[in-house]
Design a protein around this ligand. Sequence first.
Ligand code: NG1
Ligand code: ZN
Length: 559
Amino acid sequence: MDDKQRSLLLESSSRFPPPPGAKLSYGTAGFRADALILQSTVFRVGILAALRSLKTQSVIGLMITASHNKVSDNGIKIADPCGGMLSQDWEPFADELANAPDPQTLLSLIIEFAKKEKISFDGAFSAEILLGRDTRPSGESLLEAAKQGINSIVGAVVHDMGILTTPQLHWMVRARNKGLKATEADYFGQLLSSFRCIMDLIPNERKINEIEDRLIVDGANGVGGEKLEAVKKMLSGLVIEVLNSGKEGGILNEGVGADFVQKEKVVPHGFGSNHEGIRCASLDGDADRLVYFSVPSNSSSKIDLVDGDKILSLFAVFIKEQLSILEGDMKGNNNYKARLGVVQTAYANGASTDYLKHLGLEVVFTPTGVKYLHTRAAQYDIGIYFEANGHGTILFSEHYLSWLEAKNNELSSISQGSELQTAALRLLAVSKLINQAVGDALSGLLLVEAILQHMGWSIHRWSELYQDLPSRQLKVKVVDRTAVVTANAETVVVRPPSLQEAINAEIAKYTRGRSFIRPSGTEDVIRVYAEASTQEEVDNLANSVAELVDQFLGGGSFP
Ligand code: NG1
Ligand code: ZN
């Protein structure tokens, strides 16, 4: 590193002193905190993104968002060249950078890391970063801090892509690195044409009118509602009404959005008895999560929730149907049996896992966090992953896609328009509609809608695939959440000692009881999850486990 680069880093970082006393960590979704303390972190992640671009000689993405968190929070995360999350082996360096106390320490860390990673500053390659942000008011000034961080690396180029959903930014990074067009218009174009393709391939006899042709979407008062309004204008075959689009003056994620709906199981603001029985969906604040629900006809405030597990199940049923057609009667020479896998976390409702296994699918578990689920799903020809909260997607391996393309070409010459070829075309369309980089509420919503039409299913028919076990989630504030260490995809507490035994003793009191705890990666809390055969039992189990957490870790409160 030459003197010009050194002094540029020292000079710019002196303008962004870290917040006194704060210890930040690159959690399940990057850095997240109160927006007021994030200037220096975002600046430093700007530097990190430029270094990552130099290292990988690729375009890197930076997204400023705090997803479903309250509007006063914000956050920042990196999208790697393939459009996925930052490679995990860089996370410790991200933490060190964010927590470096002064410019000189920061510079030394960068020099040492660049040496270790063999990052060259010779100017042969210029770092290139795509920047996106959600609708949070703090986003604009944080964007400026990110730009200054990126520009602290000589020659770095920044493209401000404006206000985007998180998955749009990840999609753009992936497309750019594949040498494809990567504007928002290209993104919408791909979604709409593949949606149309699946709709056009629906067999005539399936076109039964069991389905209400109207979908009502809760936009969480965030970026998703805004983008869906744009999609709506270009869409045919589906009537979408957007509520909580953010234009009516509602507050982001307050009493609205996928996280609220999934955790509280109540209607979001703006929905009520006039929506009874109609298919409704809810996006989160940055539109990477999607859940469906219907408002019941009785006066209960609880909704019939169709969560990420059920979206996964719908996708699995559809994919499995296409694979059975394609693989059931293999014509020609080029035959291949796809490896289909399903990836869940411990938050998946036990009834969903039973259902998926009953379908004959391979189901595996990872710890919470997209980085784990995505990596595991990528090991299959077709890997479907979902968190119960509605974040998920379907990954197709390059190898399988090439086979599918070749098979489609072969079938179009020997049996054009056959059931076999149609199944191949449907799978190819799914691979284009569903975001291959991260979970994406907009593309997921279009795929759900196309599949429901294909099946001729109402939301009620879909919801009846299986009956969820009653579940409950709580959070407990403790003095130090890092004191909890878990194993076995977060289902067992290994530290503090004896806590797991105490939890087991509570679980043993209930029929079909299940409970686990883990430190959140996005909030300063311990999360408690419980499942049992009745709502009353599960509420009791969750409360007792939360009390145990408080006893063992002290200083607790239940926010
Ligand atoms: P944490 O705060 O680590 O539980 C939450 C979600 C994750 C994931 C991240 C990223 C739950 C229980 N946890 O993480 O699944 O979506 O946010 O946004 O929903
Ligand atoms: Zn989100």
